[in-house]
Design a binder for this molecule. Structure first.
Ligand code: ARG
Length: 460
């Protein structure tokens, strides 16, 4: 039986197995809204070019709107035999308005430019949604940053104590990563803002169409200038997958630190009960599952990027059915990113900062050693390498006494090069605020950083 829309040249019916294997409906039905939007723009353009009559356009738009509400209300019968969402919608349209008119919608269009357009519209929408969620997460970080300018904690290099910083300074480092994530999305959105609609199969059409018009209706900035590129390009999907992968690089680092910092070894923070889970066997357990899951989900979003890169690699022009495999991973990455950003934000809002524990941790690991060396260079005109050596000796002596250098009562007893004034240095807040370089951990610099981020967010 010849029931497929493309069955004109076929004499036999396609195998049941092939139908199932070939179908993408279960995945691409997500695009129903974009498909209807795209079809209305296309039909409107056809009518304005005299290719469709006004009554035909009206019937098509009315029919498409009915299809949309049937899908929204769950009344639409999805049948895998229709292959994909594009065919399913067109078939239903013809059932509603008759194939004499319904069959005219696909004039001067192919499924190749249709699917590229729908997918691009979805990608553009996802950019906007992610941008908003990133902005909200930055706002939460800024709230913490404003409160904790004087909350002192150790910073780490090699996961060993390095120098004292404030919790504000620490959390702002993440806010700046997210600012770049937003800029990255904005850049990708700009590159994606060209309409492939009207490229047709791969070579354009013999109809005098107006691609600018359909692009304008769909709110694209411009059209893709080459039809073959128009149907073959999936850079816009790769860009979004990469942007999401980088977001997860950042959030997985933050989550890893939240896991560490909430452990009893650190106890820097407490994650609220509403975002922690228990153990089925150990009654005392409170686990940071949200952070672990976000860290774990990083694997699937990296995988989705690699998967599409591999699908597109060495693919001959123009459309190939391989490209039908482009959507599932992207839909998954977008959903994973949206869900993760929402819950991370909610969790972060409620996180408790344990100031005492953070400060106590600063008293281990000789965090003030660099300040002492800088002091010798600045006040005593000693070359930095020599100062480094002198302070190394102070550290060794403190270690021998089993104390931290911040607990030394009289520095001059260890080395006469230190005078009274040097004792001022053995104070964590003093250390923080003695930083003078741009971008440092001093309160003044942190305030400037907050301003930069607030200005950025306001202009979004
Ligand atoms: N379902 C297909 C996809 O997602 C639509 C394009 C089909 N084009 C074709 N020439 N068979 O890629």
């Amino acid at each position: 039986m010849k029931n497929e829309m493309w069955s004109g040249r076929f004499s036999g019916a396609s195998d049941e197995l092939l139908k199932e294997f070939n179908a993408s409906l279960n995945v691409d039905k997500t695009l129903f809204n974009e498909d209807i939007q795209g079809s209305i723009a296309h039909a409107t353009m056809l009518e304005s070019c005299g290719i469709l009559k006004k009554e035909e356009l009206d019937a098509i738009i009315k029919g498409l709107e009915q299809v949309k509400s049937e899908i929204e209300q769950g009344k639409f019968v999805f049948d895998i035999k229709d292959e994909d969402i594009h065919m399913a919608i067109e078939k239903r349209l013809s059932e509603i308005i008759g194939s004499e008119i319904g069959g005219r919608l696909h004039t001067a269009r192919s499924r190749n430019d249709q699917v590229a357009t729908d997918f691009k519209l979805f990608v553009k929408k996802s950019h906007i949604e992610l941008l908003k969620l990133l902005k909200e997460l930055i706002q939460t970080m800024l709230e913490h940053a404003k409160v904790h300018k004087k909350t002192i904690m150790p910073s780490f290099t090699h996961l060993q104590h390095a120098q004292p910083v404030s919790f504000s300074f620490y959390i702002l480092a993440y806010a700046f990563m997210l600012m770049r994530d937003i800029k990255r999305l904005q850049n990708s959105l700009e590159l994606a803002d060209f309409s492939p609609l009207g490229s047709c199969a791969c070579a354009g059409t013999s109809y005098a169409t107006n691609r600018e018009l359909s692009a304008e209706i769909l709110e694209f900035k411009d059209i893709m200038p080459n039809a073959m590129d128009g149907v073959s390009d999936r850079d816009f999907a790769l860009d979004l997958l990469y942007d999401i992968a980088v977001i997860f690089t950042h959030t997985s680092r933050l989550c890893e630190e939240m896991i560490l910092f909430s452990s009893s070894e650190f106890s820097f923070i407490t994650i609220s009960d509403s975002f922690s889970t228990g153990s089925s066997i150990m009654p005392q357990k409170k686990n940071p599952d949200v952070c672990e899951l976000i860290r774990g989900k990083t694997g699937r979003v990296y995988g989705n990027l690699i998967s599409l890169l591999t699908i597109m690699k060495a693919l001959p022009l123009a459309y190939n059915k391989d490209m039908q495999e482009d959507k599932e991973g992207l839909f998954d990455s977008v959903k994973t990113a949206k869900d993760s950003l929402i819950i991370l934000n909610a969790m972060l809002k409620e996180i408790q900062i344990n100031k005492e524990n953070m400060l106590n941790a600063c008293k281990k690991g000789h965090l003030l050693a660099t300040d002492l060396a800088d002091y010798l260079v600045r006040e005593k005109n000693i070359p930095f390498r020599k100062a480094h050596f002198i302070v190394g000796n102070v550290v060794a002596q403190a270690e021998a006494q089993g104390i931290d250098i911040s607990e030394i009562k009289d520095l001059s007893k260890i080395d006469p090069v230190f005078d009274e004034k040097a004792m001022e240095l053995l104070n964590f807040e003093f250390s923080l605020n003695s930083k003078q370089s741009e971008g440092s951990s001093s309160i003044a610099s942190v305030e400037k950083q907050i301003q930069i981020l607030e200005g950025f967010i306001q202009n979004l």
